[in-house]
Design a protein around this ligand. Structure first.
Ligand code: GDP
Ligand code: IMO
Ligand code: MG
Length: 421
């Protein structure tokens, strides 16, 4: 058996959580392989809405195993909040949630370092979610980090030693902080984590494969936020791409099956950094309003713009996407024309169809215009009901990206999902 991977092709928030939840009945196991509580994955079904941060989006199907893989970074404090808020809503998820011993821990001082680093950058800040992601991955690659397995023995001593290092690092910054504030809930968080099923996830995942079980790996963030291939330095600190699924789970490359690449029918970005197709006008505002484009983790308004095919082609290439999923087509209803960037004009006047080494604010989009549609899509039940202009838009994107669009999402609810024939 192979692992199918579903990952974002833009700057995150493409609707990964929604679609993973929709696909879960077809799988036995759902995993997360990178990122941490910087992610906010929204699920809606039966008039219920929930945002998941660290927990895989298969969790509402209680016959499925959900595994937090070794590539994930886990904050015991926010993780406890996540579990508690699910309990309050009547979901006890502790029986079908498994956590890798090798997942790295986000500690209170990582969050302080994140905040201090961002504050010191001033105007050039990344726009981090301030969840401690960067400093935790820095400690991982710097070989200083603590992992979930470390909570089982002498955690307090290990944390005290690392905290001392962090406090010294914080002296570098002109940044005031109250460490006790950040540490609130740590002991309880560690206890909650201890009560969870902690596993050697690479062994478990490969055993599942051997036993013929089907696995879906859920990406977080998006390809344009990848540490190697995204719009560096305005990226996150993990490999969000398909290759990250191998290292983040301990699965060999030849065990990867379908690669689902998910994208919005337009484009959004939250946080700082270049965004060639960003709209600063009324159209951008209309997209934000119609698409309710506010961050699921931080509540920040998302920057909105037209679809960027230069970036999408790059993402399709880097990930080896075999099937495309388009979300939020419903949000485009009512636009006379839709634009798609098919090339970039670089600061020296060169026109290119390739995603450049450095994406700067001076990189300008070259657009093609496509006819829009007026019809409301949110109640559509099959692709036969799609307006002709939407069919044409889908055909246009498939031709440009050279991969079939097999799922079209027309609203936030589970039911608002069209699987194409
Ligand atoms: P993720 O991080 O990729 O899981 O995406 P988020 O949950 O952060 O953001 C996607 C937002 O769009 C959420 O509010 C979803 O409920 C919503 N959503 C997902 N698919 C659709 C869709 O097809 N149409 C509309 N209107 N909303 C959608
Ligand atoms: P999901 O999984 C959108 C962005 C932040 C910031 C940059 C670095 O919901 O799609 P970090 O906290 O990782 O140091 O922030 O990345 N970012 C996201 N944007 N969706 C996300 O996750 C994101 N996770 C991080 O806004 O620009
Ligand atoms: Mg999100």
């Amino acid at each position: 058996m192979k692992v199918d991977v579903l990952l974002g092709l833009q700057w995150g928030d493409e609707g990964k959580g929604k679609v993973v939840d929709v696909l879960t009945p077809q799988y036995d196991v759902i995993t997360r392989f990178q990122g941490g509580p910087n992610a906010g994955h929204t699920l809606e079904f039966d008039n219920f809405k929930h945002v998941l941060h660290n927990i895989p989006s298969g969790i509402f199907h209680n016959d499925k195993a959900n595994i937090v893989g070794n590539g994930v970074v886990l904050d015991p404090i926010t993780f406890k909040h996540e579990i508690d808020s699910l309990k309050e809503k009547g979901f006890d998820i502790t029986k079908n949630l498994y956590i890798s011993k090798k997942a790295h821990l986000i500690l209170p001082t990582h969050r302080i370092l994140d905040a201090a680093s961002e504050a010191s950058k001033g105007k050039t800040k990344i726009g981090s979610t301030l969840k401690g992601i960067g400093p935790t991955y820095m400690d991982k690659t710097g070989r200083n980090g603590l992992r979930v397995g470390d909570i089982l023995h002498n955690f307090e001593e290990k944390y005290a030693a690392l905290k001392e290092k962090h406090v010294k690092m914080l002296e570098m910054y002109d940044f005031e902080y109250n460490i006790e504030e950040f540490e609130k809930g740590l002991t309880e968080g560690i206890e909650t984590l201890k009560s969870c099923i902690i596993i050697d996830s690479e062994h478990e995942i490969n055993k599942h494969l051997k036993a013929g079980k089907t696995i879906l790996a859920e990406g977080a963030q998006g390809t344009l936020l990848d540490i190697d291939f995204g719009s560096y330095p305005f990226v996150t600190s993990s490999n969000t791409i398909c290759a990250g699924a191998c290292t983040g789970m301990g699965v060999a490359p030849n065990k990867i099956g379908e690669v689902f690449g998910i994208f919005k029918a337009y484009c959004t970005r939250v946080g700082s950094g270049p965004f060639p197709t960003e709209l600063f006008d009324e159209t951008g505002e209309e997209l934000r309003k119609a698409g309710h484009e506010f961050g699921a983790t931080t509540g920040r308004p998302r920057r909105c713009g037209w679809i960027d095919l230069v970036a999408l082609k790059y993402s399709v290439m880097i990930n080896g996407v075999t099937q495309l999923i388009m979300t939020k087509g419903d949000v485009l209803s009512g636009f006379e024309t839709i634009k798609a960037a098919t090339a970039y004009k670089l600061p020296d006047g060169t026109i290119t169809e390739e995603f450049p080494f450095e994406l700067t604010d001076d990189v300008k989009p070259v657009y093609e215009e496509i006819k829009g549609w007026k019809e409301d899509l949110t109640g559509v039940k099959s692709e036969d009901e799609f307006p002709q202009a939407l069919k044409d838009y889908i055909a246009y994107l498939e031709k440009q990206l050279e991969v079939p669009i097999t799922i079209v999402s027309v609203g936030p609810d589970r039911e608002q999902t069209i699987v194409r024939k």
